[in-house]
Design a protein around this ligand. Structure first.
Ligand SMILES: Nc1ncnc2c1ncn2[C@@H]1O[C@H](COP(=O)(O)OP(=O)(O)OP(=O)(O)O)[C@@H](O)[C@H]1O
Ligand SMILES: [Mg+2]
Length: 283
């Protein structure tokens, strides 16, 4: 299948008061339509920067992003973003938050009753039909996150960009959201790039896991193909030999090859790639 999204040899340099900081170096990745890609790597390595460049929020210093052979120069509704912290407008109901996005994309092509049906359809997809007329402060964190996902899906984006979308959720809600996302993606065949810190989540959901090296000048260290048949079931996979092989490959990359020490005292400067037997953390 041909490439839908071409992230071509990206460098990202941020100017800082202490001089230029090279966050990304030669990040190069081609993604096919319908692929589910996870980006994994230690905190600060540049995952959000990659996603923001694909979203058009940042421009790469060198290289660039092509979607359907067209250069990405600004944000657009064909690349919907789900942020870690939902980002709903607090004075609007769940329905109205989704409506805002739908009106932005479909005001000219859908009639008002068609738009209403479409908004309700997307809220039903994430099981929010019972609370669609509640405001963000009247619903739980998991529900807000689901509304954020419904809002993104309702734009029918060619590419769904998700920055740790389930990071703030409790384990049960998170598992439920992962299952719903797999169902939705199977039904709609969206192309997805998801950042995660969760190794199991990455293996369960992805077609490919992109593992990034530590910064500065972070780049793609290894790419892991996940060939597990779909639909995937978390319980049976827990016993699956291939699942466990993939899981340990990611863990080995993170904890051995890209080992990183978080200082126990947060006031200290971060050490990177230092030999140690202290606490090692992916987050
Ligand atoms: N606007 C900016 N100016 C200067 N440096 C920046 C800027 N944005 C990001 N950085 C730096 O670039 C590096 C990558 O940041 P980024 O937010 O992409 O990391 P990340 O992998 O998403 O981390 P996390 O997992 O903690 O979210 C970090 O060292 C960060 O400090
Ligand atoms: Mg980030």
């Amino acid at each position: 299948m041909s490439t839908l999204l071409n992230i071509s040899k990206i460098d990202m340099v941020f100017p800082t008061p202490n001089g230029d900081f090279t966050a990304l170096k030669e990040v190069d990745l081609q993604i096919k339509k319908g692929e589910f890609i996870s980006l994994i790597g230690h905190s600060g390595c540049g995952k959000s920067t990659v996603l923001n460049i694909v979203a058009g929020i940042h421009q790469a210093t060198k290289g660039g992003v092509l979607l359907n052979n067209k250069e990405v120069l600004e944000p657009g509704p064909e690349r919907a973003v789900v942020f870690q912290n939902h980002s709903l407008l607090p004075w609007l109901t769940a329905y109205q938050n989704v409506e805002l996005a739908v009106d932005q994309v479909f005001k000219k092509t859908f009639t008002a009753p068609e738009r209403k049906e479409w908004i309700e359809h997307n809220l039903k997809l994430v099981h929010m039909e019972h609370a669609m007329h509640k405001r963000p402060d009247e619903i739980s964190g998991g529900m807000k996150q689901r509304v954020g996902i419904a809002r993104a899906l309702a734009m029918k984006p060619e590419v769904l960009l998700m920055d740790e979308p389930f990071g703030a959720l409790d384990a049960l809600t998170r598992a439920h959201m992962q299952d719903s996302l797999m169902d939705i993606q199977e039904e709609l065949n969206n192309t997805v790039i998801m950042i995660t810190h969760d190794v199991d989540e990455a293996v369960l959901l992805s077609d490919r896991i992109i593992m990034m090296t530590n910064g500065p000048a972070a780049t793609i260290g290894e790419v892991l193909e996940v060939d597990l048949p779909r639909p995937r079931d978390r319980l049976s996979l827990a016993q699956d030999v291939e699942y466990n092989r993939l899981r340990s490959a990611v863990l080995t990359f993170l904890y051995e090859k890209q080992r990183k020490v978080e200082p126990l005292n947060h006031g200290q400067k971060k050490q990177q790639n230092a030999p140690t037997n202290k606490k090692v953390d992916v987050a």
